[in-house]
Each structure stands twice: as C-alpha cells, then as structure tokens.
Design a protein around this ligand. Structure first.
Ligand code: ZN
Length: 70
C-alpha cells in the first residue's frame, strides 16, 4: 500500500493569473449588466432608445426571465 502511494507523483499547483483575468471579468460583467438592463428595464419612461425596437427584440426574453411587461 505504501509503495503504490509513493509512486504517485505529487500534484503540481496550477497558478491562476488573477491579474490577467480581472480586466476580462470586469468587461464581461459590464456587458452582462448592459444586456440585463435591455432585457429587464428598457421600456416606457426608462427607455434609452426611442421606439420599441429593443423592447420588442428582447420581448420573449423578458417573459422567459419573468420580468413584468404588459
Ligand atoms: Zn410582454
């Protein structure tokens, strides 16, 4: 039993490059928040883009995610 355990090589720790990941994580988080805004809030008085093109484009997503719509 001890001979089998001795033949297994020790695991090498993997370095996670946090400084390289953080800018991409911030960018993806920002894009996710923008997408969430357009799906959840882009309607009526809170509308940033005139007409209802964005609202109609994400309309099924609104109902899928249970945001109130009409
Ligand atoms: Zn609706």
């Amino acid at each position: 039993m001890t001979q089998a355990a001795a033949s297994i090589p020790a695991p090498i720790p993997v370095r996670i490059p946090i400084r390289q990941i953080v800018p991409w994580a911030v960018l993806v988080g920002l894009l996710a928040l923008i997408a969430l805004y357009f799906v959840s809030t882009e309607q009526g008085a809170a509308s940033v883009i005139a007409n209802h093109y964005v609202h109609e484009f994400v309309h099924d997503g609104r109902h899928l995610l249970a945001f109130p719509c009409h």
